[in-house]
Design a protein around this ligand. Structure first.
Ligand code: NPW
Ligand code: ADP
Ligand code: K
Length: 509
C-alpha cells in the first residue's frame, strides 16, 4: 500500500521528529536525497556532474532551503549552480552553504532568469512546498511559466510549485516537473489529479518520518495488495459460491452498454452473470456472452425482477435509460438488502430521488465528475478541482461508497482513507469503458469483497487491463506508479478490449 498525507499531517510528524534531532538534520537528509536524485540526471545529460549547469528556483521558505543545500552539494561536485531568489527572503544558512561551495545567487529579474533557465541542464523547483497557500503569487508564477520552455530537466522539490499538496488542486500557474523528489512521505497532491499529472515520476526520500505519521489520508493499492484481496477459486468452489452478479443494464436505445458491463463481469471472474433487461440488450448480450443467463423483463410489471433468480450483488444503470420502467428497476434493486452498484443512468434516478439510497444493504456509486456534480448539485469544475473533498462529501452525504472516475480514480467511504488509483491510461477516455468498470466491480462485490475493496480493486484492474490492451499483445505494460501514465507507445483501444485484457491484467499482478 502506498500511503499519502495532508500538509498538516506531514508538518505535525516533522515537528515530532525534529524535536528529537539536532537542528537542521531533516533538511540535511532531504537535501542529500535530493542531490543524490539529481546527479544521475546530470550524468545522463552531460556524462558527469562536473561542468553541468544547474539553476535553483528559490522561494522564501524551507522548500527553497532544500534546493539551496542540494545545489551546494552539486556545486561541490563541480556543477555550475545559479540560484534565482524569488522571495522577499531566502534560507540564510542554505544560501551561505551554496556560496561557500562556489554557487552563485541573484535576485529575480525576468530577462536574466529566462536566460539562466534556458541554459540549464537541470532546473530545481524550490519555490514552495507544503507551506504554499493559494495560487502562486508573483514572481513565482512567472518563474513557473519559464520552466515550461526549459530545455533541461525540471525536478520539483517535495511538490511541484502550484500544486496544493493536501488536495492536488491546481489554481493558476504551476511547474510541470519531469520528476518530483518528495521527503518523508507522499503528499495527497502527488497522487491525485490534477496535481499528480504535474509531478512526473515521484521519488520518495526517507528522512525518518515513518514512526511519526498518523493514519493516512489517502492510499493507493499496489499490485500485491490487489492480488491479496481478489477472490480466488478453491477446490470446493462452484459457480454459486464464487458469486452470482445480477446486471440490469441497457435499453433499446443504448443496448451496447449492456454488452460492456456484462463483459467486464464475465472477464473479471464472476461465478455467474445473470443479465436482466429489455429485449434488445438481452439479444445482444446473449449473442456476445453466451455464458450469461438472461431474462427479458416484462414492461410495466409491478415487480420486474421476480423471474431473475438469486444473485449476491447487483449492478444497475449503464444504458438503462431514465424513463419510468428503468426507474422501477432501479427502485426494486435498491429495495433489496444486497450490495448494489449504481452507475450511469442509475445515478440519474438516484440524483432525482435520493430517498432511493435509504437502504439496508451496502451501496457503491460510480459517478464521473459530471454525474457527481448532479448528485451533489455542485458545478463540475469545482469537483474536478477538488476531487478528494467532493468524493468524501458524497460518501458522507449519500451514505454510500463512492468511486469517482477520472484520470486518477478515487474511492471514498466514511472514516477510511480515500483510495486513489493511477494504473489507467488516457486511452481509457473513450465511450463505454465506464460500463466495463461497473461489470468488474460488480463481479468482485458478488465474489464477497466489500464496496471499498471491490471498487478499488476494480479500478486497479480496469486501468491495468487498459494499459495492456493499449500496449498490444507483445508488450504487456505493468507500470502503475504516479506519473507513469503517459500514452507513449500505446495505441487506441475500444471498451471491449479492456474487458478482453482483464485475464492478462490478473495474471500480471
Ligand atoms: N518541516 C520540516 O521538517 C522539513 C521541511 N522540508 C521542506 O520544507 C518545506 C516546507 O517549508 P515551509 O514550511 O518553509 O514552506 P514553503 O513551502 O517553503 O513555503 C512557505 C513560504 O512560501 C511563501 N508562499 C506561500 N504560498 C505562496 C504562494 N502561493 N505564492 C508565493 N509564495 C508563497 C510564503 O512566504 P512569504 O510570501 O510570506 O514570504 C511562505 O512562508 C517542505 O515542502 C520541504 O521542502 C524538508 O527540508 C524536510 C524537513
Ligand atoms: N484521461 C484519463 N486517464 C485515465 N483514465 C481515464 C481518463 N479519462 C477517463 N478515464 C477512465 O475511463 C472510464 C470512463 O468512464 P465513463 O466516464 O463512465 O465513460 P462511459 O460512460 O463512456 O463508459 C473511467 O473508468 C475513467 O476513470
Ligand atoms: K517545489
Amino acid at each position: 500500500m502506498r500511503t499519502a498525507y495532508t500538509s498538516d499531517q506531514i508538518r505535525a510528524a516533522e515537528l515530532a521528529l525534529m524535536a528529537r534531532l539536532p537542528e537542521g538534520t531533516l533538511m540535511g537528509r532531504a537535501a542529500a536525497g535530493l542531490a543524490a536524485a539529481c546527479a544521475p540526471v546530470l550524468a545522463e545529460r552531460r556524462g558527469r556532474v562536473y561542468g553541468s549547469r544547474v539553476v535553483l528556483l528559490v522561494g522564501s521558505g524551507d522548500n527553497g532551503g532544500d534546493a539551496l543545500y542540494a545545489g551546494a552539494r552539486l556545486a561541490r561536485r563541480g556543477a555550475r549552480v545559479d540560484a534565482i531568489l524569488a522571495g522577499s527572503r531566502a534560507h540564510q544558512e542554505g544560501l551561505a552553504a551554496l556560496r561557500a561551495a562556489g554557487g552563485r545567487a541573484v535576485e529575480f529579474a525576468p530577462g536574466p532568469a529566462r536566460e539562466l533557465i534556458g541554459a540549464a541542464d537541470l532546473v530545481l523547483d524550490g519555490l514552495v512546498g507544503i507551506g504554499s497557500t493559494g495560487a502562486l503569487r508573483e514572481p513565482y508564477g512567472t518563474l513557473a511559466g519559464f520552466t515550461a520552455d526549459a530545455p533541461g530537466v525540471v525536478i520539483a522539490v517535495d511538490v511541484p510549485s502550484g500544486v496544493d499538496a493536501s488536495s492536488g488542486r491546481v489554481d493558476g500557474p504551476v511547474v510541470r516537473a519531469q520528476a518530483t523528489v518528495t521527503f518523508g512521505a507522499y503528499k495527497n497532491g502527488l497522487l491525485v489529479d490534477p496535481g499528480a499529472s504535474f509531478c512526473g515520476a515521484v521519488e520518495l526520500v526517507d528522512i525518518g518520518l515513518g514512526p511519526y505519521l498518523p493514519d493516512p489520508d489517502v492510499a493507493a493499492l499496489t499490485g500485491d495488495d490487489v492480488a491479496d484481496l481478489l477472490p480466488k477459486p478453491a477446490p470446493e468452489s462452484d459457480k454459486y459460491r464464487r458469486g452470482v452478479i445480477g446486471i440490469a443494464a441497457g435499453s433499446d436505445t443504448f443496448a451496447g452498454a449492456a454488452v460492456l458491463a456484462a463483459g467486464g463481469a464475465v472477464r473479471a471472474g464472476a461465478g455467474m452473470v445473470r443479465f436482466a433487461s429489455f429485449e434488445e440488450p438481452v439479444r445482444l448480450v446473449r449473442a456476445r456472452w453466451p455464458e450469461a443467463v438472461t431474462t427479458v423483463l416484462t414492461p410495466g410489471a409491478e415487480r420486474p425482477l421476480d423471474d431473475v433468480g438469486r444473485v449476491q450483488a447487483w449492478v444497475v444503470g449503464p444504458g438503462l435509460g431514465t424513463g419510468r420502467e428503468a426507474h422501477a428497476i432501479v427502485r426494486e434493486i435498491l429495495a433489496t438488502d444486497l450490495p448494489v452498484l449504481v452507475d450511469a443512468d442509475g445515478l440519474t434516478h438516484v440524483a432525482a430521488d435520493r430517498s432511493l439510497l435509504r437502504r439496508s444493504g451496502p451501496t457503491l456509486l460510480t459517478p464521473h465528475a459530471g454525474e457527481l456534480a448532479r448528485l451533489l448539485d455542485v458545478p463540475r469544475e469545482r469537483i474536478e478541482a477538488r476531487r478528494i473533498e467532493h468524493a468524501r462529501r458524497a460518501a458522507a452525504e449519500l451514505g454510500a461508497t463512492v468511486l469517482l472516475k477520472g484520470s486518477t480514480t478515487l474511492v471514498a467511504e466514511e472514516d477510511r482513507p480515500v483510495r486513489v488509483n493511477s494504473t489507467g491510461t488516457p486511452w481509457l477516455a473513450t465511450g463505454g469503458t465506464g460500463d466495463v468498470l461497473s461489470g468488474i466491480a460488480g463481479a468482485l462485490l458478488a465474489g464477497g469483497l466489500n464496496c471499498y475493496d471491490a471498487a478499488s480493486c476494480a479500478a486497479y484492474l480496469h486501468g491495468l487491463a487498459a494499459r495492456i490492451a493499449a500496449a498490444g499483445p507483445d508488450r504487456a505494460a505493468g507500470g502503475s506508479g504516479p506519473g507513469d501514465s503517459g500514452p507513449g507507445g500505446e495505441a487506441p483501444i475500444a471498451a471491449l478490449d479492456v474487458a478482453e485484457a482483464l485475464p492478462e491484467a490478473v495474471r500480471a499482478l
